[in-house]
Design a protein around this ligand. Structure first.
Ligand code: ACO
Length: 380
């Protein structure tokens, strides 16, 4: 038999052409539908970015207004979604599990007529994510979910639903920058999962639920919580080196560092570090920011020492953790908040894959035994 080259983890395999985002891991560049991430993330509303990804162009003023209204009109959850969240809260389930379970119930909204001309399921999924996350968090804390505020944009409404307070423009801008930064990132694991599902001519809700399952894991979207925990556990600058050294000696990974594609600093880390710094000047704990920077520098030095030549650099999760913490989001909500941004990217990829209309079906090499013979159970 001829030997077949197996790319473990599909590393280096190109499985799609896309116009949604492009990642250059050597140069440390991320392009989102033609815009460098630095150019787009700090200025656009989340609605503008979702429109851009789904339609390929930024909306003009009229289109922006129509789309923003259409998205806001989908801010209603089916009763069963709230029941699922209540059940999840009483069993103290991780927020990503609760989100995945409740997102499944959005199929009930699928048949609704959509007067705006945009895809109804896409609007429902995108509009509902913040509602589900905020409702779950309030239920976990013995509070009833709040009704959305139609006068607030997508991002401000999420912050309002969490706290019951209208957020300042600075806080809204900081979260908007984060959500825009993580909206899409090439053929990452959750996006690939979504494309595999939709490519079978399945539906958008199924694709997004599958993607949520993929995003949950710590090797993908589940790292920012642990990254922040690490900074808190370190506590003071002089503890950084012994703490990180011990972790590396034990063969553990430092959360918030390393990336399959980026071999230089993740460009999203810079956008988020800037946004965090801006937020921290007005609102939050500057000492924590300084400690995080020290931890980052120490980690990079030690990773070079322990893993020479591996080019392990800061990834998006490290500054995500700081920014979201600065917005008073609890660590349990970091990954669900990532999903609130990424859902627009998943859907854009689904649209692209639907246009391609080709099932994704790679191959495997069988490495098991051959010619085994049936043995009756009494004889085993
Ligand atoms: N800390 C310490 N060592 C690391 C780290 C890390 N964060 N990341 C990779 N390494 C080491 C590995 O142990 C391995 O060493 P070895 O060859 O001596 O065994 C080498 O670097 C290569 O690692 P791989 O696992 O092959 O790298 P891969 O591309 O598969 O992993 C990943 C990428 C999963 C992100 C990895 O760097 C990691 O686990 N990082 C920590 C978790 C994290 O921050 N995840 C968020 C990623 S960003 C995102 O998904 C949005």
């Amino acid at each position: 038999m001829t030997a077949t080259l197996v790319r473990s983890g599909l590393e280096g395999v190109v499985a799609a052409e896309t116009r949604i985002s492009g990642v250059d891991g050597q140069a440390g560049e991320l392009v989102i539908a033609g815009f460098p991430v630095e150019e787009l993330a700090e200025y656009a509303t989340f609605e503008e970015v979702a429109y851009l990804l789904w339609k390929g162009e930024l909306p003009d003023a009229q289109q922006k207004e129509t789309f923003t209204r259409a998205l806001a009109a989908h801010r209603a959850l089916p009763e069963i979604a709230l029941e699922a969240l209540r059940a999840a809260a009483s069993s103290e389930m991780p927020a990503m599990d609760a989100l995945r379970m409740a997102a499944d119930t959005l199929s009930l909204e699928r048949e609704r007529e959509e007067p705006s001309g945009f895809d109804g399921a896409a609007l429902t999924l995108t509009a509902s994510m913040p509602l589900l996350v905020a409702a779950y968090w309030r239920l976990c804390n013995g509070q009833e979910p709040l009704a959305s505020r139609p006068d607030l944009g997508h991002v401000a409404n999420y912050l309002y639903l969490l706290t019951g307070e209208e957020p300042t423009p600075e806080r809204t801008r900081a979260l908007e920058t984060y959500l825009n930064t993580v909206v899409d990132h090439g053929l990452n694991a959750s996006t690939f999962a979504a494309r595999v599902i939709i490519a079978t001519q399945s539906d958008l809700v199924s694709a997004v639920v599958g993607a949520l399952g993929a995003l949950k894991g710590p090797l993908h979207g589940g790292a920012p919580g642990p990254a922040l925990d690490m900074v808190f556990e370190i506590g003071t600058a002089e503890r950084a080196e012994p703490y990180l050294r011990e972790k590396l000696e034990r063969g553990e990974r430092l959360m918030g560092f390393g990336h399959r594609i980026y071999k230089v600093r993740d460009p999203r880390a810079d956008v988020l570090a800037k946004a965090a710094e801006r937020l921290f000047q007005t609102d939050a704990d500057q000492a924590l920011y300084a400690l995080a920077q020290h931890v980052e520098q120490t980690a990079l030095r030690l990773l070079e020492e322990y893993k020479p030549g591996r080019h392990l650099k800061t990834n998006v999760e490290f500054y995500t953790a700081l920014l979201l913490h600065g917005l008073d989001l609890p660590t349990e909500l970091f990954t669900p908040t990532f999903a609130i941004g990424r859902v627009a990217g998943w859907i854009a990829h689904c649209f692209e894959q639907q246009r391609l209309d080709r099932i994704i079906r790679p191959q495997s090499v069988y490495v098991g035994e051959h010619h085994r013979q049936w043995v009756p159970v009494q004889a085993r």
